[in-house]
Design a protein around this ligand. Structure first.
Ligand code: SF4
Length: 392
């Protein structure tokens, strides 16, 4: 039976001050399970608002568990059936976490940021310009349109970049001054220390690099914070030094899936850019941004085998690229909304060896300058790095 927001799942009733159960799973297991199953909430009002729609992973909420903040699905069909349930936070902000009828710990939710209450100098609400991700990352989609999205023949089936625009939760194009003004307020009032800028792909050979260049330069002029830009590989790799000079500390170019047949099925437009071209772009970008500050998002659960994910990760690490492997989250309203997310056993079987490889390469999340791999909230890869480090 699904819970409504006012119901509590257990006859004994929730107790937000209860201690963690002694049978609580280890931290990395708990985090993997939360990201795989999602979380039912007593209230969606606690903490910063959850993300729905938009580019990349969505339908998540930032949840702090065992000292880490991770993004946990809360709006997906699967999360409605999750064995995990969080009560409303108590007066100290702690919510009791249950797995089925057993208390397994406490979680909390980062506060809504101050910048959401402000407007830009031309009257755009700042919450429409950028979002707080995790607890310290500003994130935006500079261009909320994509040449691939409007045609289902070419669209990435997991993507919801148009949904938030249709719902007027964002604006189509964030001008450089919008980004600079939001960054200033978020750094001053919310302790934000990095800015992740992605973009839908425009119909130009630079694949959005020009927009990202202008954006990074404006933010860099206004405030000091780490910047990661994200785009498809441009036709001219000369954009990499230009982006670096504009203030970008890191770049992400996202494979999403690694096996050619999976890429073709899930993202028929983007798959026309072969993996080999990405590898060439990665090598050129590593020369500019340095080892680890070039990364790629890989969505586990789209059909790639465990072996393919691990071997591609090793090939990426060998050339200095951080494979940021995240569990696929089926977003409501997309063609893949009913696609099963990967199980926690699959995620653990992939993340444990990749975490080990990253530690052996000395290219762990904490060594990076900016970006999703540094934030780490959409994956539990960082906790597997930690485990591998402890086992050394
Ligand atoms: S990992 Fe990237 S997409 Fe996920 S919360 Fe962090 S900045 Fe946002």
């Amino acid at each position: 039976m699904l819970q409504t927001e006012d119901e509590t799942p257990f006859s004994s009733g929730p107790d937000s001050t209860a201690p963690s159960s002694s049978t609580a799973p280890p931290s990395e297991r708990l985090q993997v399970e939360l990201q795989s199953h999602g979380l039912r909430l007593a209230t969606h009002e606690a903490g910063a608002a959850s993300r729905q729609g938009g580019a990349g992973p969505s339908d998540h909420k930032a949840v702090s568990v065992d000292g880490s903040t991770i993004m946990v699905p809360v709006h997906t069909a699967q999360s409605d059936e999750s064995p995990y349930y969080a009560t409303a936070p108590n007066s100290q902000g702690a919510a009791t976490l249950y797995r089925d009828d057993e208390q397994v710990g406490t979680v909390s939710f980062p506060d809504p940021p101050q910048f959401y209450r402000h407007e830009t100098s031309d009257g755009v609400p700042m919450w429409k310009v950028a979002k707080l991700h995790s607890h310290n990352v500003l994130a935006t989609t500079v261009l909320q349109r994509c040449i691939r999205y409007d045609d289902r023949e070419t669209a990435c089936q997991f993507c919801a970049i148009g949904q938030s625009l249709e719902a007027e939760r964002t604006i189509a194009y964030k001008k450089p001054h919008h980004l600079a003004e939001v960054a200033e307020v978020a750094v001053e009032h919310d302790g934000v220390d990095q800015f992740v800028m992605t973009t839908g792909t425009p119909n130009t050979e630079d694949r959005g690099c020009k927009l990202l260049h202008e954006s990074a330069a404006a933010v860099q002029d206004a405030v000091d914070l780490g910047i990661q830009v994200q785009c498809e590989p441009p036709s001219d790799f000369g954009w990499f030094p230009k982006l670096r000079e504009a203030g970008a500390d890191a770049i992400g170019m996202h494979l999403e899936a690694v096996q050619p047949e999976v890429r073709k099925e899930i993202m028929p437009g983007k798959a026309q850019v072969p993996v080999d071209y990405y590898m060439d772009a990665f090598e050129a970008a590593v020369e500019v941004f340095g080892t680890g500050n070039v990364s790629t998002y890989i969505l586990a659960g789209l059909g790639d085998s465990k072996e393919a994910l691990i071997s591609r990760s090793q090939a990426l690490i060998d050339i200095g690229v951080y494979p940021f492997i995240v569990p696929f989250v089926p977003i409501t309203g997309t063609p893949l909304e009913d696609h099963d997310p990967p199980g926690d056993a699959f995620m653990e079987a992939v993340l444990a060896p990749v975490g080990q490889m990253l530690v052996e390469a000395g290219m762990t999340s904490d060594t990076l300058d900016a970006g999703c791999a540094k934030c780490g909230a959409c994956s539990t890869l960082r906790s597997f790095e930690e485990k591998a480090r402890q086992n050394q």
